[in-house]
Design a binder for this molecule. Structure first.
Ligand SMILES: [Zn+2]
Length: 63
């Protein structure tokens, strides 16, 4: 699992176009580089979020 300092650097050097953009919510998109290893992440400081991709699940399939 990447630590917060590593994530800060990844976000700083990754443009929106080159980022993963996995959707966590309408307000949080993954800002790690596309094709990254491990958990998705977004936000800075106390707003930092991490989440694992759940295969086979999309928001449209929630009941
Ligand atoms: Zn991601």
């Amino acid at each position: 699992m990447s630590n917060d300092t590593q994530l800060d650097l990844e976000f700083a050097y990754t443009t929106y176009r080159d980022s993963c953009r996995d959707l966590y919510s309408p307000y949080y998109l993954c800002r790690r580089p596309s094709g990254h290893d491990g958990a998705h992440a977004a936000g800075f400081g106390t707003d930092r979020l991490r989440w694992e991709h759940e295969h086979g699940r999309s928001p449209h399939q929630l009941s």
